[in-house]
Design a protein around this ligand. Sequence first.
Ligand SMILES: *Cc1c(COP(=O)(O)O)cnc(C)c1O
Length: 428
Amino acid sequence: MIQQENANWNRLLEWAEAAEAQVSPMFRSLDKIAERNQWKVIQAFQRHRVSDFHFNGSTGYGYNDRGREILDFVYADIMGAEAALVRPHFVSGTHTISCALFGLLRPGDELLYITGRPYDTLHKVIGKPGDGTGSLQDFGIKYVEVPLAADGAIDWGGVASKVNERTKVIGIQRSRGYEWRSSYTVAEIGEMVKRVKVMKPDVSVFVDNCYGEFTEELEPTQVGVDLMAGSLIKNPGGGLAPTGGYVAGTKHAVELTSYRLTAPGIGGEVGATLGTLRAMYQGLFLAPHLVGQALKGSVFAAAMFEMLGYETNPRWDAKRTDLIQAVKFSDSKQLIAFVQGIQRAAAVDSHVVPEPWDMPGYEHPVIMAAGTFMQGGSLELSADAPIREPYIAYMQGGLTYSHVKYGVLNALSLLAERELIVIKPYTT
Ligand SMILES: *Cc1c(COP(=O)(O)O)cnc(C)c1O
């Protein structure tokens, strides 16, 4: 597994040198965002007088768990929201989003997603009428989506034609997920909120914020979003939270979500945090920096692959609003070599060779590189690729920039070993 010095590796190092010189202005602006977010997080800890005893956790019902309560306040403060609910009891991002949607919607209501098809794992949460699973549609909640326009923009004509008196929640997915489209910046989400609230003032706007936290200086709840959700094994967990999710938004929306997570009347007042609080606090403290490292890694990856002739999304110099870097390959062999190369660079499980498999919740075989400390943790360097045309790999995360760089170099080196690419000497 250990990368041998060879002609390809040495050539790749020269290309990497050139790529880093090219992207250095981007690195400076990403450092600045990380710095501002770091200060924002520290100031929230200070305002809520976070102390060592808040890390102790609770057992049983978990009544009066001060550390849990303060963590909710700290999150709400950072997100510029009235309230937040941060819990290890959310098993994943999908579960968190599911609780939020079931919290906001009632039978007869409509959920209107305006950013096209949502992330794969949400398809079964939405479900079909009468599917017998207890999905949203099985409960008589109607689901409508407006596909994105060909250029990836919101189809506002389509949205206007779909909003009606039953429309209760507007759904927005900030990140590209497994799609070759742009992610939506916080400013763009703010514009969406304005436009849909003109169409229907009492509608609630929900944002799937997975992969978005701390990539910009503002969060969606600071531009009028009513409720957003994310996973703690992604950005805000800072690589340390062992599990969990969060929602942030209006007091009412957060409370409704809490009744779905536990039970009506109980909400966020119970729930033993066991030994998870210290990691959730420390991870949140580290998150702005780690998100910055991951973003620099993505920018480097984009620059390298572009120099070597691949199509990327976003491009290296594009403004970032999530962690995901997509790279388009010409066939499944290249796609698989890329993902296996990322795995080969991991500190954990580098000896494992990932293969495509039918993952629960996904509709195509997926190959995943995940040599991570937290199982499935994707603020850690990881790569996913559904095996379908066009052959696009999605990489994200990296707790250190050097690791991402090592991953990219290993991926390219494996492509070269398998004679799927020729690495020429670098020339200016
Ligand atoms: C990861 C992700 C989810 C689902 O989160 P899981 O933790 O994998 O269940 C939902 N939406 C988006 C955009 C995501 O990136």
